[in-house]
Design a protein around this ligand. Structure first.
Ligand SMILES: [Zn+2]
Length: 463
């Protein structure tokens, strides 16, 4: 039975510090957590969690759901159903993979009009600044207009493969950061050094192996990524802007962020499950199924990312969910023209609890921070999101930590049925997902209910 948005969840094991959990009840009334703890709730039906874990819904702060404009890849309905199936109750959608790109208030409103009726989980939107026709005064006006609509994070690229959303030069990024600092917006950057990559690609041009996956990985090197991160950190230091490094993939970047933060730079960072799981050896074996930008790196880089998650240098995990059309866009005849992106939103929570918590790399407490509280803070989603807290939205995941299952792309909700995690055994599985107390996923049925996701009201900017 699909419960209404008011019920008492009983026999719920919630995180209680470190790897501990404690069994309790959660009273949900009108979509909010009214009370955590034992006690009667007259008039409310009981819902039995059966002793399973109950976690705050995960937040994926970096998804590309492609609507409107690129819905042959994903759309907001399929993307948010995949989120619900993965225990993700809020997503923050990128501005660059929809048309028109969300670079001003008109584009924001146009996108919202299309996607809002199709959202199965709650959502917020990134704004962005692109290199196409960059004009400082226009950019400033556009950023101010986006801020009044609640946008708090602005996406930019130091290297972009998209005609409709070109990268910024250093001076342009510096201008965006100055404006963002004044408006108190966070500047998210895809940080890979374009000059280094272009130069390496030019050198490889006559190499007979120059179009292989291995050459791609060598050209889009850890050094190029570390240089890109360094550029962003320097600009954040000189402008005072808040910086967020998206999809961090290299150990040198982790170290650069650690040092910069110690020196007072306002920087946050995210990494993704694929960088925590795979290395370039896997890329050579799998080919385009694992093609992303940045590309996966070495085992030492992977280790440094886990360390950065454990010690607090990295604030959150996101997926960069960006499926290409399968199979066409992943089998173009050349690794270089194959689509760079993979689906991810549906596997994030299970992956982190399996390979992070069950495998002993991070505590349950830290995992929940990285999946819920961290992204809520970075994206300034406000007190209603990101934690099991009285007064917060009842965004809940019932999770069986003992249930093992095997990833099969064919069974996922995303429109594109491929994943580099194919065949992997995960320890722990999402049983049910609730957004503001309304059930949106149940393991046996799949996604349930109608699309009732809402735009999240962001924290106000300082006046
Ligand atoms: Zn992305």
């Amino acid at each position: 039975m699909p419960p209404s948005a008011s019920f008492r969840l009983v026999r719920a094991r919630i995180p209680d510090g470190g790897n501990d959990t404690v069994e309790t009840s959660i009273v949900v009334r009108d979509g909010r957590i009214e009370r955590l703890g034992a006690g009667a709730a007259p008039g409310l039906p009981d819902l039995d969690a059966g002793g399973a874990w109950v976690l705050p819904g995960a937040i994926d702060g970096h998804v590309h759901f492609d609507e409107p404009g690129f819905t042959h890849r994903e759309d907001f309905s399929s993307g948010t159903r995949a989120a619900a199936a993965g225990g993700v109750t809020t997503v923050v959608d990128m501005p660059c993979t929809s048309l028109p790109p969300v670079v001003d208030a008109d584009a924001f409103r146009a996108k919202l009009h299309v996607i809002a009726p199709r959202a199965h989980v709650d959502f917020a939107l990134w704004g962005g600044v692109r290199g196409n026709g960059f004009e400082p005064a226009t950019v400033d006006r556009s950023l101010a207009s986006l801020a009044t609509l609640g946008v708090r994070n602005i996406k930019t690229y130091l290297i972009s493969g998209m005609d409709t959303f070109e990268d910024l030069g250093r001076d342009e990024l510096e201008h965006v950061m100055r404006t963002a600092a004044r408006l108190d917006l966070v500047v998210g950057v895809h940080a890979e050094d374009r000059e280094m990559i272009d130069a390496a690609a030019a050198r490889a041009h006559h190499d007979p192996d120059g179009r292989s996956a291995g050459a791609y990985a060598r050209i889009r090197s850890a050094e190029a990524e570390a240089r890109g991160v360094q550029t962003c950190l320097e600009l954040a230091a000189s402008t005072g802007a808040r910086l967020h490094i998206v999809h961090l993939a290299c150990g040198a970047g982790v170290e650069g962020i650690r040092r910069a933060r110690a020196g007072g730079v306002r920087v946050t960072a995210e990494t993704c499950p694929h960088y925590l799981q795979f290395t370039v050896d896997d890329l050579l074996r799998m080919g385009a199924v694992l093609k992303t930008a940045p590309v996966v790196k070495s085992a030492a880089d992977r280790e440094a990312l886990w360390q950065g998650l454990a010690d607090g240098t990295i604030d959150m995990i996101a997926t960069d969910h960006a499926p290409g059309q399968w199979p066409e866009e992943k089998h173009t005849g050349s690794f270089w023209s194959d689509y760079g992106g993979i689906p991810g939103v549906e596997l994030m929570l299970s992956y982190v609890l399996s390979e992070g918590v069950a495998a002993g790399r991070i505590s349950l407490e830290r995992a929940v921070e990285l999946l819920s509280a961290g992204p809520a803070r970075v994206h300034r989603l406000g007190p209603a999101k990101g934690a099991l807290r009285e007064g917060a939205d009842a965004d809940l995941v019932i999770f069986d930590p003992a249930q093992c299952w095997t990833v099969r792309a064919a069974q996922l909700q995303t429109r594109q049925k491929y994943t580099p995690f194919e065949g992997m055994t995960m320890v722990g599985r999402v049983l049910r997902t609730f957004v503001r107390g309304v059930e949106v996923f149940e393991q046996a049925q799949g996604p349930v209910g109608k699309a009732s996701g809402r735009l999240v009201v962001r924290e106000p900017l300082p006046s």
